[in-house]
Structure formats: structure tokens, C-alpha cells
Design a protein. Structure first.
Lengths: 249, 275
């Protein structure tokens, strides 16, 4: 990422309507606002590395992930991505709750850009990793949030993408699955894949990341060894090494 | 490691690189098919009763209009009932594409916010769903047609290009309205009024030939008029459509599809921040 910037215009109303637009005609009420989400961000992530991204809410972490994944085009700078990206920015993207877990593995996999053959090849591994057992054939609307999380992570991580982007998606799984997921991410790192992990769980980041980048108000404040960056961030937040900031929040 | 390189840079206003875009859309054809199937599943149209409802719904509607026109109106022409049924079924292809298409982008919000893919896939899936709902009604029409005893002719094959034009129009409308709905979320509330108006202004409850010449001159403003007229001529009357009607329908369908696609593609890169 070189001199990356992202500025966009968005509606002030969460659901803008023709009615509200008509009502505001002649009143000069503003309907949109400009958001400067990222400003002059320079970052590199190499294969075999895990980059952790931290920052307060609204720091631009999710926007940065979306630019890297090609979901949002940058308004300044350039991103070069070598390899196939798999995103886990939210759980169960592409899933249809009325369909079974089995059918959703295919739907979610196809949504992530995999071919049917690739999904066929990895299906057993995905089902085993998710630990859903016979529930794989039940409709997903009957799943708990933890089961949902397990299947979503399994689809994203089992197919071994070149680059995996995970955005706070693990916080809904139970402790056992979190550990399993972290081990899978370490495996991917050892397998010469690149990982970018957005999280507020500082212990996890210290455990798994080679580097941590701290974003604040769209700018890269610091990038370096996890201990150093996390300490500086916690000092900035004036929370010290509290247990609350170490755990998933 | 030999890996594909993807570069993301600021874009100038206008269309994305089209060749890359269509290639990407084509590579997702399996996903489009599965996504459409999942939509049909959600609406229970992959079950026996769901499929039965697909047939019953337009059949009941044509029954209501049959009651109005043939029984209350006193007409005894069975061809008119065939016209009514055929036209109503095709009209529902377009109207279903509009009603599923309008919210296709906003309901695909999670997908848009989390995955990079050609967004036009969403209204395209809505049109595929509408076609899937239309096909069984075509079978019902042929049963009714045979029951009435209308003659068959090779000219009926003209129905294929007419159907193709209808699909182009349905797709163009779905693409355009799904994009408008991102900016004005209440547009779906106006849709029933629009479709009802189109229903009455199109040759469904009446035949195009029965209109006064003065009123017929206004047909040029209704994209559905030439298409439905050609559809009735080919499928009901087993005649070739009037060339000018066919060309007029094609011009409308292509115009709306090209305009809708341009509008959608030039806007889709900001959907993720508008949803």
C-alpha cells in the first residue's frame, strides 16, 4: 500500500428516502457528508507474516481491510495485492439462513470466489474443522452464533487462501474454537501465506502477529513489533495493561 | 511464488474496465446460479407446493380478470381469455423482475460490504428468479391454449425473440431500479403503483387492435406495449408480429438495459459506503 487515501461521500440518513429528499428541497438541509477514512497510509505485508491492525472505533481499520480486499476503491495511492484474497470481515457472508450448512458451504465458498471443484475438494476438511457434525445438514437458522462463526471461519480459512483478512470475526466463537482458529492462522503463517488480523484482543495479537499497525483517524500512527506498538496504543488509551483490553471485546 | 497481481487505484468517474468486469462476472456464473437458487429456496419455490403456487397465483389472477371481462363484460370470445392469460403471465415476468430487483442491492448489503464481486450480479439474480417463476406458467398457458383449441403455426416461433426482448427489458429495469433504491430506499413503496399503471396501460385486459387510433399513438411511450402486443400475436393468434412493434420493443429494451447498466456500473463502486 502506497500513500493510500480513502475519502467518500455517504448519506447522513441511514436509509435515505425520496420523501425526505423532497421535504428538504429548498431548506438547504445537508443530505450527505464527506468521510476521510484513510490518509497517506503506507504498509507492506509479506508472505509468511501476520499483520495485526489496531485502533479505536472509527480509526479506519475496516475501511483499510475493504480497500485491500478490493471492495472499496482507494481515492489516493495504490494497492498491489499478490495472490488470492479471502476475507472474513463479517461472519456468514453469502450464507442463506434457510438453507443447510452443507449448501451454505458451497454458497459461501462460491461467494468468496472459489470454484465448485475447489469446494468439493475441501468440503470434508471444512465440515470437520467446523465440528458441526450432523448439524451440517440442518438449516443455518437453527445454528447458534458460535456454530455460524465456526462454519464461516472454516470456509474462509480451510481453503488456504494466499492472503486471509480477518476482522474481529472470531469474537463469537467459544474458547476452544478460538484456539483452534488461532492455530489454523499460525499454520497459514507457517505455510507462507499472508494474514491481516483486525482485533481489539491484544493478547491474541501479541501471540500471533509479527507486526502490528496502529491506525488513528485514518492515519498510520505506528508500525512495528507487537509489544512496542500495543504498549504505545494502551498508553495512548490510558488503560494500561488491564485484563479488559487484553481479552476480546 | 507465482501469484496473480491485482492493483487497486483511484478510478476516474464513469465505467470500470469493462472487459475485466464482464470476465469477472462470467467467472462467477456458478455463484449467480446458486444465489438465484437460494433465493427461490427462501421463497419456498423449490418445493412442490411452492411450484404449485407459481402456477396457481397467475391462474387465479387470470380467473379474476376472466370473471370481469368474459362473464361480467359479456364477451364470449375464448381467444380473449387466451390473450389475457398469455399477456398476464409475460407481464408478471417483468413485474416480478422489478419487484425482486428493486431490493436486490440493499438486501445484498453484507455481501457487498465484505466481498469484491461485480455488483450487477445481484439484479441479474433477481431476473433469473423471475424467469424461473415464469417458465412453469408458460406450460400452464399451453395447456389452456390446447384446451381452448386455438390453432398452432410455425409463426409461433416468433415468441422466442419476443421472450428474449422481454427478458432484456426485465433485466434493464431490475438493474436500473436496484441502483435507484440505494439512494432512495422508499422507491419500492411506489412500485405497486407503477406496475398497476403499466398493467392497465398495456394490452393485457384488452387487445391492442381494439384501441382507438388516437390512443394507439400513445403506445410509443409504453415499453411494454409493443412487446405484449407481439407476444399475443405470436402465441395466441399464431401470427408473425408486426416488424415495427418488434423493433420498437427491442429499442425500448436495449435502451433501458444500456442506460440502466451504465447508471449501475458508474455507481456501484460507492455502494459499499452508501449501504
Amino acid at each position: 500500500m502506497r500513500e493510500l487515501g480513502l475519502t467518500y461521500t455517504t448519506a447522513i440518513d441511514r436509509k435515505p428516502t425520496l420523501k425526505s429528499r423532497a421535504k428538504s428541497l429548498g431548506r438547504g438541509t445537508k443530505q450527505t457528508r464527506v468521510v476521510h477514512a484513510l490518509n497517506d497510509v503506507n504498509l507492506d505485508v509479506e508472505y509468511g507474516h501476520v499483520l495485526g491492525v489496531i485502533g479505536t472505533n472509527g480509526a479506519g481499520k475496516s475501511s483499510l481491510m475493504r480497500v485491500i480486499a478490493g471492495i472499496l476503491p482507494p481515492t489516493q495511492g495504490r494497492v498491489e495485492v499478490f495472490g488470492k484474497v479471502s476475507t472474513l470481515l463479517a461472519l456468514g457472508v453469502g450464507f442463506n439462513p434457510s438453507m443447510s450448512g452443507r449448501k451454505n458451504v458451497y454458497l459461501g465458498g462460491l461467494a468468496a470466489g472459489l470454484s465448485r471443484d475447489e469446494i468439493d475438494e475441501h468440503f470434508e476438511e471444512i465440515a470437520d474443522f467446523s465440528e458441526l457434525g450432523e448439524a451440517i445438514d440442518s438449516p443455518m437458522r437453527t445454528y447458534s452464533s458460535g456454530m455460524y462463526a465456526r462454519l464461516a471461519f472454516s470456509v474462509a480459512a480451510t481453503t488456504r487462501p494466499d492472503i486471509l483478512i480477518v476482522d474481529e470475526a472470531l469474537s463469537t466463537g467459544d474458547a476452544k474454537f478460538k484456539e483452534k482458529s488461532l492455530n489454523r492462522m499460525k499454520e497459514l503463517r507457517g505455510d507462507d501465506r499472508a494474514l491481516i488480523l483486525v482485533s481489539h484482543a491484544m493478547l491474541t495479537l501479541k501471540d500471533i502477529c509479527n507486526d502490528v499497525a496502529w491506525l488513528h483517524k485514518g492515519k498510520l500512527v505506528q508500525r512495528g513489533r507487537p509489544d512496542e506498538v500495543i504498549d504505545a496504543y494502551q498508553e495512548f488509551l490510558q488503560v494500561g495493561k488491564s485484563a479488559a483490553i487484553d481479552e476480546d471485546v | 511464488m507465482s501469484t496473480p497481481l491485482q492493483v487497486y487505484e483511484p478510478f476516474r468517474a464513469g465505467l470500470p474496465p469493462l472487459i475485466r468486469y464482464w470476465k469477472s462476472l462470467w467467472s462467477r456464473r456458478r455463484f449467480i446460479a446458486e444465489y438465484s437458487k437460494s433465493e427461490l429456496h427462501e421463497q419456498h419455490f423449490d418445493s412442490v407446493f411452492g411450484q404449485l403456487w407459481l402456477i396457481l397465483n397467475p391462474l387465479l389472477l387470470s380467473g379474476v380478470y376472466y370473471l370481469l371481462i368474459i362473464i361480467i363484460g359479456g364477451s364470449s370470445d375464448s381467444t380473449r381469455y387466451a390473450h389475457l392469460t398469455a399477456s398476464l403471465f409475460l407481464f408478471y415476468l417483468i413485474s416480478n423482475s422489478l419487484s425482486s430487483g428493486v431490493k436486490s442491492v440493499t438486501t445484498g448489503q453484507r455481501l457487498i460490504l465484505n466481498t469484491a464481486f461485480p455488483r450487477i450480479m445481484l439484479p441479474l439474480s433477481a431476473t433469473i428468479v423471475a424467469i424461473s417463476k415464469f417458465l412453469p406458467t408458460l406450460v400452464v398457458f399451453f395447456v389452456i391454449r390446447s384446451f381452448i383449441g386455438l390453432p398452432y403455426s410455425w409463426q409461433m416461433l416468433w415468441a422466442i425473440p419476443v421472450l428474449f426482448i422481454s427478458v432484456l427489458l426485465a433485466l434493464g429495469l431490475a438493474i436500473a431500479i436496484s441502483c435507484v433504491n440505494v439512494y432512495f430506499r422508499d422507491i419500492a413503496s411506489f412500485l405497486p403503483y407503477l406496475t398497476r399503471t403499466l398493467l392497465y396501460l398495456s394490452p393485457i385486459l384488452y387487445e391492442a387492435s381494439s384501441l382507438k387510433p388516437k390512443l394507439r399513438s400513445l403506445e410509443i411511450f409504453n415499453p411494454l406495449f409493443p412487446i405484449l402486443d407481439s407476444w399475443s400475436r405470436t402465441l395466441v393468434h399464431a401470427q408473425a408480429p408486426v416488424t415495427s412493434s418488434l423493433l420498437q420493443g427491442l429499442a425500448w429494451a436495449l435502451g433501458i438495459l444500456i442506460f440502466g447498466t451504465y447508471f449501475f456500473l458508474s455507481r456501484e463502486r460507492e455502494f459499499a459506503v452508501r449501504l
